[in-house]
Design a protein around this ligand. Structure first.
Ligand code: GAR
Length: 192
């Protein structure tokens, strides 16, 4: 299963996926390319580290969504990598019908809360401020509804009395780093 990863920042989840593949823990999945919409994304450094092409694709003209010329550039770049699965791992743009239809049924997203609670931006902060005692992360199929597609798998994180936003974020990220590669591995063998 050819996997393409899209991200916008740190790339710690992309790194977890690449490390899982290196350790033989990604099932039949193989990461063939990374793409980012930010020229300065630290994630770009993963390319040379793991021997996978990592490329900035200009998302202009929009700031928070992928549409128009930027969307066309992303469709062309991702299509050229011939993905069976497109993984949004911290890709901070709303996906529109052009990209969705180009890879219909093949796009998954990682979200840092237990959906349907706390969709949108800052899922960890939203959960922390609301005072929930259990939060976590979700991998779901991407549809036109932001963070609203079918849930594939989730992991829970307990909010302890002494937790700060920072300590909670660390725990949610650790849960993500385990959940996302495991979900991709299961999808690759048809058991998710
Ligand atoms: C992750 O926590 C992911 O769940 C979140 O961005 C972070 C990316 O971290 N995604 C969203 O909030 C999407 N709405 P990373 O760049 O270190 O993988």
């Amino acid at each position: 299963m050819r996997v393409v990863i899209l991200g916008s920042g740190r790339g710690s989840n992309a790194e977890a996926i690449l490390a899982a593949e290196k350790a033989g823990q990604l099932g039949r999945a193989h990461v063939v390319a990374l793409f980012t919409d930010r020229a300065d994304a630290p994630m770009l450094a993963l390319g040379p580290r793991f021997g996978v092409p990592a490329t900035f694709v200009d998302p202009a003209p929009f700031k928070t969504k992928l549409e128009g010329e930027g969307e066309a550039r992303f469709i062309a770049a991702v299509s050229a990598a011939q993905p069976d699965l497109v993984v949004l791992a911290g890709f901070m743009r709303v996906i529109k019908p052009g990209f969705l239809n180009a890879f219909a049924g093949r796009i998954i997203n990682l979200h840092p809360s237990l959906l349907p609670s706390f969709p949108g931006l800052d899922g960890i902060g939203q959960a922390f401020r609301r005072g929930v005692k259990i939060t976590g992360c979700t991998v779901h199929g991407v549809t036109a509804e932001v963070d609203g597609g079918p849930i594939i798998d989730q992991a829970t994180v307990r909010v302890e009395p002494g937790d700060t936003l920072e300590s909670l974020a660390t725990k949610v990220h650790a849960a993500e780093h385990a959940l996302l590669p495991a979900t991709i591995a299961r999808l690759s063998v048809g058991s998710a």
